[in-house]
Design a protein around this ligand. Structure first.
Ligand code: PMP
Length: 406
């Protein structure tokens, strides 16, 4: 299978050797007329240089389209990837079995995005003076990838920028570059079903709280194979406790900030584990239900789907938003409000939501028992349908870069 529509610029044709060309580009940047893709058929192995930045600028679909990812993944299945930076993905094709084995080794080692470069996980190290490490000063997002497509990517990016702005942190990449970096990390790990963690910390600086001590934020993207929650949990439900640990008040640390400072939630999780429970529900300082340590909470009572409102001091989960939309579309009555432990104890069904667990039914809260009922089953099914529809839409979006027969 040959690449089609591969151009070759004058600048590229004057350098016959592909690795020489790659080195030159890495040192000096792309020559002015360097095209989006360049093939070097006369090298020992055929090489293709793909300018991710040009593809994005010209077609602006790669980050949203799994089509581009499929193409790049197809390359990778046959190719070593000797260099990949923001601007350059160098793919070597036609390698010997020996090289292929090495390449398999490369791909099996996790590769991590760190400050503009894809590095081996062993080299993905951050300074002990990073304020993320010293003070939990930073933010993050967790995303889920289905069949090579990041679900609701733009919403996650928007929330990341909101968290950044709430802590006065300037992310050193714009939205397009972040999208590229996320997909680049997925491609580098040849992943289609994955969990992604994107972290931006304040960066390295002398000891001291003042954020202006840190010149450059640290940006890390980790993509790993998604381990699904066991089916038995969805079938039987999980056990929760009402935690003694109160959720941080909005006036102290706004839970809208998806912050690296997670001790509040960790203390509640420790409590849950001690009591043999899977997750803890935290109340806010006024005694109203807030959220789980990594999840939002819903319950069904008196023909109404209820969930704590944003004023209760919660992270407005992306899954929570989707579930509310789906329930309303389905004609359910939904109430976002202030609720107490008594309200949830009296409910017929309870479930949790988050990006990786989706819709997870609850079997117990403390000594109360709940059935895994029709509402949580229906919303879990509708959520999956919504995911599938989203993935198909994204896949249908982009034009083919190299024609249908690549
Ligand atoms: N609340 C908290 C505290 C969380 O950490 C998470 C997980 N990100 C959620 C709620 C659920 O958010 P989402 O649906 O966006 O994953």
């Amino acid at each position: 299978m040959e690449l089609q529509a591969v151009e070759k610029s004058q600048a590229a044709s004057s350098i016959n050797n592909a690795s020489e060309c790659a080195k030159k580009i890495e040192n000096e940047g792309f020559p002015k007329d360097f095209p989006a893709t360049t093939k070097f058929a006369n090298s020992e192995f055929p090489f293709v240089i793909i300018r991710l930045d040009r593809i994005i600028q010209n077609l602006s679909w790669i980050a949203r389209s799994s089509r581009a990812m499929t193409i790049l993944n197809n390359f990778m299945q046959r190719s070593a990837v000797p260099a990949t930076t923001f601007d350059l993905l160098l793919v070597r094709r036609g390698e010997t079995d020996e090289v292929k084995r090495q390449r398999n080794g490369i791909i099996k080692t996790m590769r991590v995005y760190l400050n503009g470069k894809i590095v081996d996980s062993r080299d993905a190290v951050v300074s002990v003076f990073d304020h993320g490490f010293l003070y939990g000063d930073g933010i993050y997002e967790t995303m889920r990838v289905y069949d090579g497509v990041v679900f609701r990517l733009d919403q996650h990016i928007r929330r990341l920028f909101r968290s950044a702005s709430l802590i006065g942190l300037s992310i050193p990449l714009d939205v397009d570059r972040l999208r590229i970096a996320i997909y680049e990390t997925l491609i580098a790990n040849a992943l289609r079903k994955a969990y992604i963690r994107l972290t931006v910390s304040r960066g390295r600086g002398p000891i001291g709280l003042d954020p202006s001590l840190c010149a450059e934020p640290t940006v890390v993207i980790v993509a790993q194979e998604l381990k699904e929650y066991p089916g038995s949990l969805y079938k039987n439900g999980i056990h929760l406790i009402i935690s003694e640990t109160r959720r941080n008040s909005k006036e102290a640390i706004d839970p809208h900030i998806k912050s690296l400072n997670f001790l509040n939630n960790i203390l509640a999780k420790i409590e849950a584990k001690k009591k043999g429970a899977y997750e803890a529900i935290m109340l806010n300082v006024n005694g109203h239900l807030a959220e789980g340590t990594i999840s939002n909470i819903f319950f069904y009572k008196d023909n109404m789907l209820c969930t704590p409102s944003a004023e209760c001091g919660i992270l407005d989960g992306i899954t929570r938003g989707v579930v509310i939309e789906l329930a309303r579309t389905e004609g359910m009555r939904v109430r976002e409000g202030k609720f107490t432990v008594k309200d949830i104890y009296a409910a017929g069904e309870v479930f949790l939501t988050n990006t990786t667990m989706e819709v997870m039914p609850v079997s117990n809260i403390d000594d109360r028992r709940y059935t895994v009922g029709s509402v949580s089953k229906l919303l879990r099914k509708l959520y999956r349908e919504e995911v599938n529809a989203y993935i198909s839409d994204v896949k249908a979006e982009g034009p083919s870069l190299w024609g249908e027969n690549q």
